[in-house]
Design a protein around this ligand. Structure first.
Ligand SMILES: [Zn+2]
Length: 219
């Protein structure tokens, strides 16, 4: 399957699930003086999350052109760093849905052979933040993933030092034991065996200067 076909299927899948598909914003942001390049699908949508602008629809999807200058030193040294890439994403800046919908939508897209990627279930692993029992429970109740393939990972936390933050949940592709450490108990994020290919971000807290985590009014 080509990159163009993956992009086409992703955007068509989310359009069929009531998402408005956005054009990629330019690689060089038009009105964000804080950065030289767009580096994530979320970035051009930040004003919607901050409530500064009204999003064109409650459910959005995009394939955003991205460049990460911090990655450049790794290009050619690893199997997974690029000078330029596109990040596909689905977004609900006003909280149209959260974990309860994001998790089954992601699972449907990666496993459905007709409208999604049709990846074999036994090659997919999932990680959740150890505190995020809600996400773990949703993976178990809303998808048919083998529960033993859901792993805790303390790295599954998204956010900066202040402001919106929260747990995230990642999907990993099992490249096969020959690509990793060879240990029978190998797990996602352990070595090169598992490749993270989707991060579901759940900003649900608003980190304060004193370190407390009151919930966001509208995750
Ligand atoms: Zn390993």
């Amino acid at each position: 399957m080509t990159g163009a076909e993956i992009r086409r299927r992703f955007l068509a899948f989310f359009a069929a699930h009531d998402h408005v598909v956005l054009e990629s914003a330019p690689l060089v942001p038009a009105d964000d003086p804080s950065t030289l390049f767009n580096s994530a699908g979320m970035q051009p949508l930040q004003p919607y999350y901050q409530g500064l602008r009204q999003p064109p629809a409650p459910r959005l999807a995009s394939a955003q052109k991205c460049l990460r200058t911090v990655d450049l030193e790794n290009v050619g040294r690893t199997d997974r760093h690029h000078t330029f890439f596109e990040m596909m994403g689905n977004f609900t800046p006003t909280g149209a849905y959260f974990k309860e919908r994001a998790i089954p939508l992601a699972w449907e897209f990666v496993t459905d052979p007709e409208r999604g990627l049709g990846l074999p279930r036994d090659r997919i692993r999932v990680t959740v933040h150890p505190t995020d029992e809600e996400a773990r429970a949703l993976w178990m109740s809303e998808t048919d993933i083998d529960p033993t393939w859901i792993y805790d990972n303390a790295e599954n936390w998204w956010g900066l030092e202040l402001g919106p933050c929260g747990p995230d949940s990642e999907l990993w592709w099992d490249r096969g034991p020959e690509h990793g450490c060879g240990q029978p108990d190998c797990y996602p994020d352990h070595c090169e065996r598992f490749l993270e290919f989707w991060n579901l971000v759940f900003p649900q807290f608003d980190r304060q200067p004193d370190g407390t985590l009151p919930p966001l009014p509208r995750p």
